[in-house]
Design a binder for this molecule. Structure first.
Ligand SMILES: NC(=O)c1ccc[n+]([C@@H]2O[C@H](COP(=O)([O-])OP(=O)(O)OC[C@H]3O[C@@H](n4cnc5c(N)ncnc54)[C@H](OP(=O)(O)O)[C@@H]3O)[C@@H](O)[C@H]2O)c1
Length: 243
């Protein structure tokens, strides 16, 4: 979509309370978009909504847990009903655990895979309706990972969740692209966010990792193409990251 479409768009971002989701919301703010900020930490979302207002957009907090299908479905349906549309959904809610217990594995599947499906399912009818509207296109952007293209020995389950996201995105893309719902995945390497702050490799501070704003750049690029061009995949690593 062209940049001017963003000024009228209703954007939903999951995982908006920090990191990549928050940076993406701030990026969209400058275009004047209305942005539903979805995550569990209401205080962070409220603070972000204030910053979005200062930059010319409108942000509103939607407190919800992506692992709870009823609460996500009702939150997204409420957003769609109140605003009459959803033009863009960005799923950035994600979780990594270094734990090797079964519970840690299940939690990663629950947030990264089931949580993504819980957000996409209720939003799809709205995206399809938006694609039939005046701008003739709608966007779904899923934040995946380089770990979704090459499995890693230190966290095979995290990789598995991101492979699942990529497979879902590709199948769904083929299902809806002829209706002008574009589906894209962004696959970051190491980004300095809350997620990596807890699992930073030794000596990491000596390197130049990505910033959340670098990923916001990629998301913005995807959703601001003309309706004839679907950018389906962007992988972005820190220059120093070989794998
Ligand atoms: N950082 C990296 O190096 C990197 C690399 C590749 C891919 N990624 C992916 O990028 C995405 C964003 O991560 P980030 O790096 O920006 O980390 P982050 O700053 O920790 O952000 C994670 C976001 O997910 C939300 N979230 C987690 N569990 C949730 C739940 N159950 N329900 C609702 N929201 C939930 C968090 O909000 P609340 O805690 O407020 O709910 C937070 O807003 C993730 O999918 C991650 O896998 C990150």
């Amino acid at each position: 979509m062209a940049q001017d479409r963003l000024s009228e768009a209703l954007v939903v971002i999951s995982g908006a309370s920090s990191g990549i989701g928050a940076a993406t919301a701030l990026r969209f703010a400058a275009s004047g978009a209305r942005i539903a900020l979805l995550a569990r930490r209401t205080e962070k979302l409220t603070e972000l909504a204030g910053e979005i207002g200062d930059r010319g957009g409108t942000g509103f907090p939607v407190t919800a847990d992506v692992t709870d299908p009823e609460s996500i479905t009702s939150a997204i349906e409420r957003i769609g009903a109140e605003h009459g549309r959803i033009d863009v959904l960005v799923t950035a809610a994600g979780f990594v655990s270094p734990g090797q217990d079964l519970r840690a594995w299940q939690d990663m599947v629950s947030v990264n895979v089931t949580g993504t499906l819980n957000c996409v399912h209720p939003a799809l009818p709205y995206l399809q309706a938006a694609a039939e509207g005046p701008h003739g296109v709608a966007d779904l952007v899923l934040i995946s990972s380089v770990a979704g293209r090459a499995a890693r020995p230190h966290n095979p389950v995290y990789s598995a969740t991101k492979f699942a996201v990529n497979a879902f995105a590709e199948g769904l893309r083929q299902q809806v692209t002829e209706n002008y719902v574009r589906v894209g995945i962004v696959e970051p390497g190491l980004v300095a966010t809350e997620m990596t702050a807890h699992s930073w490799p030794p000596g990491a501070e000596e390197h130049e990792w990505l910033r959340a704003e670098d990923i916001a750049d990629a998301v913005e690029y995807m959703v601001t193409r003309g309706r004839h061009a679907a950018v389906n995949e962007i992988m972005i690593r820190p220059t120093e990251q070989a794998r």
